[in-house]
Design a protein around this ligand. Structure first.
Ligand code: UTP
Length: 287
């Protein structure tokens, strides 16, 4: 097996964010702030920490703010330079320079599987990483890096899961399989958003994946599934049946910023680990 250290990354961020309306009508869910940066910047930084330099963000016409955040903004840069705000200038330049960004428009949010298909040309003929643009993962090893290392064991597609409360199975893709190694399952069955009584386990897909390029063939053959969307989980089920697919229980924390609870929690927990921790304590003491 050839060891692959660097992969391209695809970050889907083109959904309507309907669960968060009206908050997400004009403000993309992926741009909601966590401490001092937008959610999607945390996601991009995870990819970069895992050694990735080429990133495609799948976005939509209505979500221009995402592209603006990662593109140079000449007027702002020259004003910061002229007024001597060099630290601020460095900070915004850092984001633009941190990777090669490509922005791919998904015309309509037809589902996560469809969003990933939009990146087929960008990915080409190599294994690639998918990171959901509304999900922050914190842990050591970094979730994406951990998956790439596992991928390199046998060259098979692999994705991250976490154990959720039984009542939460209806919010996620749920998996079951045979133990392959500690924390790694060979997947037998995946189901999208099952009710607790139908869930095959409490292991939920958390939004980080490494796929072989032939994954696109499986995804292309998938028609509309649950909720009228072209589901990623359906293509993964095909892959698990016809080839091999593995899950890894990520030993860290996942925040699903598409839920109010995780958005609040991420902001508070990550603020308490940041340079703003004293300020946070002061705010909480004064509540
Ligand atoms: P979600 O299903 O959580 O996002 O998809 P959503 O569809 O925007 O949210 P709701 O259910 O309407 O509230 C996870 C990620 O996949 C992206 C979303 O932007 C989000 O970051 N996505 C989803 C796409 O890029 N395209 C799609 O068609 C669907």
């Amino acid at each position: 097996n050839k060891i692959i250290r660097t992969m391209k990354a695809v970050i889907p961020a083109a959904g309507f964010g309907t669960r968060f309306l009206p908050l997400t009508k004009a403000q993309p869910k992926e741009m909601l702030p966590i401490v001092n940066k937008p959610t999607i910047q945390w996601v991009v930084e995870e990819a970069i920490d895992a050694g990735i330099t080429d990133i495609a963000i799948i976005t939509s016409k209505h979500k221009q703010a995402i592209e603006s955040h990662f593109r140079p903004m000449k007027g702002l840069e020259s004003t910061l330079a002229k007024t001597g705000k060099l630290r601020e200038l460095e900070k915004i330049k850092e984001i633009n320079k941190s990777a090669n960004f490509e922005f791919i428009i998904q015309d309509e949010p037809k589902g996560l599987g469809h969003a990933i298909l939009c990146a087929e040309k960008f990915v080409g003929d190599s294994p690639f990483v998918v990171l959901l643009g509304d999900t922050i993962c914190i842990g050591n090893p970094n979730c994406t890096r951990g998956l790439i290392d596992i991928y390199n064991l046998n060259g098979k597609s692999v994705f991250a899961v976490e154990k959720v409360e039984l009542e939460d199975t209806k919010r996620y893709g749920i998996v079951s399989g045979k133990e392959f190694e500690r924390d790694i399952l060979k997947i037998e069955y995946l189901v999208e958003k099952p009710n607790p009584e139908e869930a095959p386990s409490r292991l939920a897909i958390l939004g980080r994946y490494v796929f072989n390029p032939d994954f696109f063939e499986y995804q292309r053959n998938i028609t509309e599934g649950i909720g009228g969307e072209i589901q990623l989980t359906d293509a993964m089920q095909e892959l698990a049946q016809k080839d091999e697919l593995y899950s890894w229980t990520f030993p860290g924390k996942r925040y699903d910023i598409g839920t109010m609870k995780d958005w609040f929690q991420a902001h508070i927990q990550l603020s308490s680990k940041s340079e703003f921790s004293e300020l946070l304590d002061e705010v909480i003491d004064n509540l």
